[in-house]
Design a protein around this ligand. Structure first.
Ligand code: ZN
Length: 109
């Protein structure tokens, strides 16, 4: 855990957050500045700065993020209408919190 990292604090429970999903490896919660009717962040509990810092060993956690999103889409009823999954990478890519997270947006009419 990085002591000054917002998402480490959220994932560890140090900052109280309503989780939509929590497993041993990740948490999911609503983005505070939603870009769509549904905007959920999927955050690994282990601190990884960005996609640039991923190694081959991180494959399983990436896979878990995607399967968590698939399940969340089903629960939120947006599987059939569709949604978008994406990572912003570093400042130029729009990343605002430097702890890896995957966005899920959807729920448009
Ligand atoms: Zn972190």
């Amino acid at each position: 855990m990085e002591s000054d990292c917002l998402f480490c604090k959220i994932a560890s429970g140090e900052i109280n957050t309503q989780f939509l999903m929590e497993t041993d490896d990740l948490v999911a919660f609503k983005d505070i500045n939603p870009l769509a009717p549904v905007h959920v962040l999927f955050v690994p509990k282990r601190h990884i700065r960005s996609v640039n810092d991923l190694t081959e060993d991180d494959g399983p956690v990436l896979s878990k993020l995607i399967f968590a999103a698939k399940e969340m889409a089903r629960q939120m009823g947006i599987s059939a209408t569709g949604y978008r999954l994406f990572f912003n990478v570093e400042k130029g890519g729009g990343q605002e919190v430097f702890h890896l997270h995957m966005h899920m947006i959807g729920g448009w009419e």
